[in-house]
Design a protein around this ligand. Structure first.
Ligand code: ADP
Ligand code: ZN
Ligand code: ZN
Length: 670
């Protein structure tokens, strides 16, 4: 029985607040109303304890629900996130509240139901499909995973299976085992991989309804999904990173599909947690198995598997079909002369495949019509007025120059901002222009385009994919097309520019490029028809391309890990990135230089280092000057590093006009 409770407010942010609990009836996760100034606010119990504070405490006004609002393990997860990712409890608890959404409170009998409440859609019908006949590799892995689920204790698996090896079927089989045992399953997928097809496939394979928690669903749908998980009527939660906060009282199994995907790390707003790492933490907390699946695992996970922290299970063969033959085309020969995005080789291959009535997928990883606007007189590109040094992208249709970093958008100026001459022209190839060229070159064949501009409307992505399924032709897309799509008769994958992303000042650039290329190549030849992939490049000798051609993940990983080891980069070290930004460059510099100077000696005792201050690789975004200090320590000193940074942040108050944050295990260091 505890006499005090620390609570986080539903209105978010901030620290915890302490109240007394005279009856000692409250526990972690309980929803309460507390006096706060003149108001009474909704809050959740973060901790129940007997540590009498030095100040006088007021009693909690009332407890709002008979049962905890969320299972206590979710509060533990949020508490871990707050401590690990260096943010306040109120911030760390944010995803719990947003996962529930507003209408869930109404469903729980709190707050008023709006008069206009819509009739509920019945849940999609589930067509239970008979399980696939597994091949021997799949059977072996499936048996291992089912045993782990049955053992009902923590274990972490890295499921490395090549593209099309049938990973999904295998982890869904293990999820079935959890359901058969009366447990719930949590399945995380990358945000853009969460298509209606994925949902249908999951529900059909599991033979049960699936609660989808997604950023695009309505508040009412969210509330229905959330409450059905909380009361146990639904047994499966499916969603992106944020679905980690689904209330699953009977959690029995966790899956992180495409675990290498960058969208698992929250960038931008705090808490900057990594969904994959948090999922592993949650599995350990709940004593259940977790499976991380990928054809191109992150080097962190690969390293964890190699060092025995995760158990490695592999699917080295395709379930049906075979891996495509991959070839490279050297763009340095003849491209300028022809003024096209497609080499003769890729162009004729596309024509041939379309003539046979088979499908093509092409990756062009740049939004807009042209990557820049350039002055024909002086050669200067037009830069974003808010982000000096960054070029504006020419978008047709909208007829605007757009900054992909700050969102600035304006019609193209009549005259060159540098020399005043009236000769600005779009330069280079972005995806809209590639689409136009393809429509011209391959008349009669639909070219469906998938990128953030064509899919901003709800349902648009599904429509595009359905059209492609119906009518065939070419699916042209940014990295969005590389994720999980399983179209049987794609026999050709083309990549217009395999070098985008290479050479970025980011130590993960090679890894990301390898993953993207492998994943998109893996869309070809997934059924009976053999596939090929053609990679256009200006760096044909790039070792990454050779690994992609050879389908050699292990070779890539060994080489890259050697480099990382030599340079003490993750996973051979841990990082915390501190960023300060503001419009007043001198103020930013002053604060961060002082911070770095005082932090460095605190890291020395455990061989930690603080690099910087340095301007961020993208030094000015939206008029804000960005400066970085990158801290590093040996992996086993990660806790010391985080503690030292947290202490120094607390001791170095920043002026109001500065924004300062720490990013633990940063993924985006640009
Ligand atoms: P991955 O997730 O490894 O890329 P999927 O699970 O999407 O692979 O499987 C790829 C395709 O192979 C899917 O169409 C799936 O239905 C099919 N498949 C999986 N296992 C088998 C099997 N044992 N026999 C036949 N087809 C299978
Ligand atoms: Zn000019
Ligand atoms: Zn900008």
């Amino acid at each position: 029985m505890s006499r005090f409770v620390d609570v986080v407010l539903a209105s978010g942010q901030g620290p915890t607040f302490t109240y007394s609990d005279p009856d000692g009836a409250l526990g972690v996760g309980d929803l309460v109303r507390v006096p706060f100034g003149a108001k009474r606010l909704m809050a959740m119990v973060w901790e129940a304890h007997d540590r009498e504070p030095a100040f006088e405490t007021k009693p909690v006004v009332e407890r709002l629900l008979d049962a905890p609002f969320v299972p206590p393990h979710l509060v533990d997860l949020a508490r871990w996130i707050g401590e690990y990712y260096l943010c306040q409890p109120g911030v760390a608890a944010g995803p719990i509240w947003s996962c529930a959404g507003k209408s869930s409170f109404v469903r729980l009998g709190l707050g008023k139901r709006k008069a206009s409440a819509k009739r509920e859609k019945p849940t999609d019908s589930v067509i239970a499909v008979p399980p696939l006949e597994f091949n021997p590799d799949q059977s072996a892995v499936a048996r291992t995973l089912r045993e782990a689920v049955a053992a009902n204790t923590y274990s972490a698996f890295l499921l490395h299976g090549i593209t099309g090896s049938g990973k999904t079927a295998v982890f869904l089989d293990a999820a079935r085992e959890a359901l058969e045992r009366g447990k719930q399953a949590l399945i995380l997928v990358p945000e853009i991989g969460l298509t209606p097809q994925t949902v249908r496939r999951t529900a059909d394979a599991l033979g049960t309804g699936v609660a989808v928690l997604h950023s695009q669903i309505s508040d009412a749908e969210r509330a229905r999904a959330w409450t059905s998980l909380r009361d146990g009527t639904c047994r499966v939660a499916l969603g992106p990173r944020s679905a980690l906060f689904a209330p699953l009282p009977d959690l029995g199994f966790v899956v992180v599909d495409e675990e290498h995907d960058g969208s698992y790390k929250q960038n931008g707003d705090s808490p900057r947690y990594h969904g994959r790492d948090a999922a592993v933490w949650l599995a350990r907390r709940c004593s259940v198995p977790v499976v991380l699946g990928s054809a191109t695992p992150s080097l962190e996970s690969w390293h964890n598997a190699r060092s025995g922290r995760y158990r490695l299970v592999e699917l080295p063969r395709r379930a049906s079909g075979s891996l495509p033959v991959v070839e490279t085309v050297d763009l340095r020969q003849g491209r300028k002369a022809t003024g096209t995005s497609l080499s003769p080789r890729l162009r004729s291959a596309i024509a041939e495949v379309l003539a046979k009535g088979e499908r093509v997928m092409v990756l062009h990883n740049r939004r807009g019509w042209a990557p820049q606007a350039e002055c024909l007189e002086c050669g200067a590109p037009v830069e974003c007025p808010e982000c000096p040094g960054l070029r504006l992208t020419w978008h047709m249709g909208a007829g605007r120059l757009v900054c992909h970093h700050c969102g600035h958008s304006a019609p193209p100026p009549r005259n060159c901002p540098s020399c005043g001459s009236p000769s600005l022209e779009p330069q280079g190839w972005a995806i809209q222009r590639v689409q136009e060229e393809m429509e011209r070159l391959f008349p009669g064949h639909p070219v469906a385009r998938l990128d953030r501009d064509t899919t901003s409307r709800k349902g648009a992505q599904e429509e595009t994919l359905d059209t492609y399924l119906d009518r065939g032709g070419i699916l042209l897309g940014t990295q969005m097309i590389a994720k999980g799509h399983d179209f049987p008769d794609v026999t050709l994958v083309g990549v217009t520019d395999s070098d985008i992303g290479a050479g970025m000042p980011d130590f993960r650039a090679s890894e990301r490029n390898f993953q993207l290329l492998c994943q998109v190549v893996g869309r070809a030849g997934r059924a009976d028809l053999p596939g090929i992939a053609i990679l256009q490049t200006r760096r044909p000798d790039d070792p990454i391309l050779k690994d992609v051609v050879a389908h050699d993940f292990a070779g890539f990983a060994e080489r890259e890990l050697d480099t990382r080891r030599m340079l003490s980069l993750p996973p051979f070290s841990r990082m915390v990135l501190i960023e300060a930004s503001g419009e007043d460059e001198a103020a930013v510099e002053r604060w961060i230089a002082d911070f770095a100077r005082r932090l460095a000696p605190c890291l020395k005792p455990f061989s930690g280092t603080a690099m910087g201050p340095l301007p961020a690789p993208i030094p000015i975004v939206a008029r804000r000057h960005r400066k970085h200090v990158l801290c590093k320590a040996p992996p086993e000193r990660s806790a010391d590093l985080r503690r030292a940074v947290a202490q120094m942040l607390a001791q170095t108050p920043s002026p109001k006009n500065l924004r300062v944050f720490a990013d633990v295990d940063p993924v985006d260091v640009m």
